[in-house]
Design a protein around this ligand. Sequence first.
Ligand code: MLT
Ligand code: MN
Ligand code: ZN
Length: 301
Amino acid sequence: MTSLRAVVLGAAAGGGLPQWNCGCTNCMAARRGEIPAQTQSSVAVSANGADWVVLNASPDIGRQLVMAPVLHPTGPRNVPLRAVVLTNGDIDHVAGLLTLREKQAFTLWMTHGIADVIAANPIFDALDRELVVRRAIALGEAFEPAPGLAARLFAVPGKVPLYLEGSEETLVTDLEGEQTVGVEIAAGGRRACYIPGCARMTLGLRARLEGADLVFFDGTLWRDDEMIRLGLGKKTGARMGHLSMDGENGSIAAFRDLRVGRKVFVHMNNSNPVLDPRSAERRMAEAAGWTVGHDGMEIAI
Ligand code: MLT
Ligand code: MN
Ligand code: ZN
């Protein structure tokens, strides 16, 4: 019996695949239709198949909601979307809120820290506060974003959004606090965790992940210096607050001795070779028990 359904609305990191200004191998292959294009970072979850929560509002949410039949309107102004949960204030996770401004009621769940970031930006007042109720919650506090879903937010090592980087203090890339969180969702005895951004594995995180039936995890880069090597940027994954897949300290190694039902990578940067189904890296990730997420992928547990 299915207790929880999850649909990957967007499997790519910020920029998507292809990214408008990128001529890397993957982006070119996606433009030619040789590998599947992927939209930006978002997952939808439901306990009953009728009421859904969307984890992160990607800039591509308009198209994502068209592509996901489970989220289509069921009446003139009736939609299955009950809530949006934010895991940080990054543009790839909040810009889609502006697309949801059409006088439709839903609840926006986030930490106090992320709520402050949203509140500080008046453009989000385009969302009618009477209809889009903002709910700031403490880490660890239980909430029910859609019927039958028992959710909690938990701190994950990460950093403040790129557009808020400034002082020394904001440059700490693996801070554990309210600016970057994961979401734990339980339903009918099943438990899933969604962590699209994570700077490093911690003992606390390991304890939380142990025994989970499903984990969506940060798959931004294959290797830490990937963007530099490909001539796409100056930053390492660590500097961006992301743990890479490969290597001794990578996510594949970190999960090796964890007991997790299904491990799915999400939030892949377009430079990540695993986005090419024909790549050796895709085979290596799969051999290690991982699924590389893709747009439209549905998982029931
Ligand atoms: C990230 O995941 O590191 C951010 O989304 C980067 C960005 O803001 O483009
Ligand atoms: Mn991102
Ligand atoms: Zn690219």
